[in-house]
Design a protein around this ligand. Structure first.
Ligand code: NAD
Length: 501
């Protein structure tokens, strides 16, 4: 397939990319011959075209994964570990190139893209280490007559589906443990950001991943491709990262074949700044929790609850920091805030801000959307946000910091804590919460009572390959990363053996 002729470093990397489907170790066009265009959100310019797979291609991809499952499961943990470690090294050797491609297709500033490459690669190193540590258990029944031998086996062919906001890390967070566990895979990256995923696929091939273990289908018709996989009966597991809305569709389909599921879904993170917080530290934390990826993260601080004792100081300092950020093309030197991923995203943020203003919020900085080209929205701080405003009940997914005051000035700390907990937990989501306090007992109580899967205490970043990432409530099921990450790709087998006497 011909790629658009390059004019920049990123375009040169993109021109070298394979842009076809990857099935059974072969790059091949979609059966229909269809392609779709990938655009740069900073300019609206086309970057290249990639194969637009259909249900027919999906069928072939899953057939390859199913055919190779037994052989792949029989490989040694050490050999799987070494493939992952080699892939980790190749990624780290090619950080600049991968980051350039990522910035071109989804907009994040180059420095952030490089950070994601290092973060994403680390999942391969982590799971290279976990591959050789898959454990089991061995006990004896209460009556002393039988051995209970518990071992772990790969769950089988897996369906992996990723979103556009972390195009590398969301892939490595699934592929790493699947490879380590001995599962074959069909992988559908997001249609807005297929290029980083195709580059990653080629790196895994170069690292020695055998044919048919990873099969990749890019498509503009995710319902058809994934629907084919979900209903075929050959896949044994689905690992999805994306919106709660799509997660619910997949959970419904998974019921049909009683498939194992991992669901990393949306969030609505509270960021709580208590009266006793170190405000400067809280500002550093909120800048990360809010602005990482231009606010387009499931972990983004969506609702910033600030105690009235520190409200003025926090608001002034935050608006100074937000107002000073440099907005522009992520590929340009010095850019700190890139474009949002597509026009729909800027439209959504605009609508949410308008609604909050109509309900009495005040703009402290930002709020004026520039003309195109590119899907830019300025870093914006809103204060006095009404808890009933729409942006409190949906993911903003943009660079808008919504401040909600709580507590009474100089008031009773216990009742203030109760109030903020009630507000923070008043949501169907439960991915992550952040809290800033210098009182260890308050930190303990709030982190216990926040209804979330992860808590950042005096930090605005919880994502780490060594930690179990995941949510409760409608933020998902299962965990990725950490010691638990590989368990999602393993089945438990118990063998009963009479004890010989
Ligand atoms: P999305 O749900 O629209 O898409 C995610 C993936 O699902 C894409 O690959 C898409 O093509 C695919 N998809 C869409 N419709 C489908 C269907 N009917 N059947 C099967 N697959 C389908 O989400 P998005 O806009 O790409 O990503 C943003 C969302 O992802 C946000 O809600 C964000 O919070 C969430 N997210 C969660 C995590 C986490 O770890 N919890 C991490 C990153 C993003």
């Amino acid at each position: 397939m011909t790629a658009t002729i390059p004019t920049t470093d990123a375009a040169q990397a993109i021109a070298r990319l394979h842009t076809d489907l990857f099935i059974d170790g072969q790059w091949r066009p979609a059966a229909s011959g269809a392609t779709f265009t990938v655009e740069n959100p900073a300019t609206g310019a086309p970057l290249t075209v990639v194969a637009d797979g259909s249900a027919d291609d999906a069928r072939l991809a899953l057939a390859a994964a199913a055919a190779h499952q037994a052989d792949w499961a029989a490989t040694s943990p050490r050999s799987r570990s070494e493939i992952l470690y080699r892939a980790y090294q190749i990624i780290m050797d090619r950080v600049d190139e991968i980051a350039a491609v990522m910035t071109a297709e989804m907009g994040k500033p180059l420095a952030e893209a490089k950070g994601e490459v290092a973060y994403g690669a680390e999942f391969f190193r982590w799971f290279a280490e976990e591959a050789v540590r898959i454990g089991g258990d061995h006990t004896v029944t209460g009556d002393g007559n039988n051995r209970v031998v518990v071992s772990k086996q790969p769950v089988g062919p897996c369906i992996l589906i990723t979103p556009w906001n972390f195009p590398l890390a969301m892939g490595t967070r699934k592929i790493g443990p699947a490879v380590a566990a001995g599962c074959t895979m069909v992988f559908k990256p997001a249609e807005l950001t297929p290029l980083t995923a195709l580059l990653l696929t080629d790196i895994l091939r170069e690292a020695g991943l055998p044919d048919g273990v990873l099969n990749v289908v890019t498509t503009t018709d995710p319902g058809a491709v994934v629907g084919e996989w979900m209903t075929s009966g050959d896949a044994r597991k689905v690992s999805f990262t994306g919106s709660t809305e799509v997660g619910k569709i997949l959970l419904g389909q998974a019921a049909g074949t009683v498939m194992r599921t991992s669901m990393e879904l949306g969030g609505n993170a509270p960021f709580i700044v208590c009266a006793d917080a170190d405000v400067d530290r809280a500002i550093d934390g909120v800048m990360v929790a809010k602005m990482r990826n231009m606010g387009q993260a499931c972990t983004a601080a969506n609702r910033i609850f600030v105690h009235r004792d520190v409200l003025d100081a926090f608001t002034d300092k935050l608006s100074a920091r937000m107002g000073g950020l440099v907005v522009g093309d992520g590929a340009a030197v010095g850019t700190q805030v890139g474009p949002l991923v597509e026009q729909k995203a800027t439209d959504k943020v605009t609508t949410l801000v308008d609604d909050a203003l109509e309900r009495g919020a005040r703009i402290v900085c930002g709020g004026e959307r520039p003309d195109g080209p590119g899907h830019f929205y300025p870093p914006t701080v809103l204060t006095d946000v009404d808890p009933a405003a729409d942006l409190m009940h949906t993911e903003i997914f943009g660079p808008v910091a919504a401040i909600i005051p709580f507590g009474t000035a100089g008031g009773d700390a216990k009742s203030d804590d109760d109030e903020v907990l009630r507000l923070a937990n008043d949501t169907p989501w439960g991915l992550v919460g952040y809290l800033y306090t210098q009182d260890i007992d308050r930190a303990d109580r709030l982190s216990t009572d926040l209804q979330v899967g992860m808590v950042g205490v005096n930090t605005g970043l919880v994502s780490n390959p060594a930690a179990p990432f995941g949510g409760i409530k409608q933020s998902g099921l299962g965990r990725e990363g950490g010691r638990l990450g590989i368990e999602e790709f393993l089945d438990i087998k118990y063998v009963s053996r009479p004890i010989a006497r």
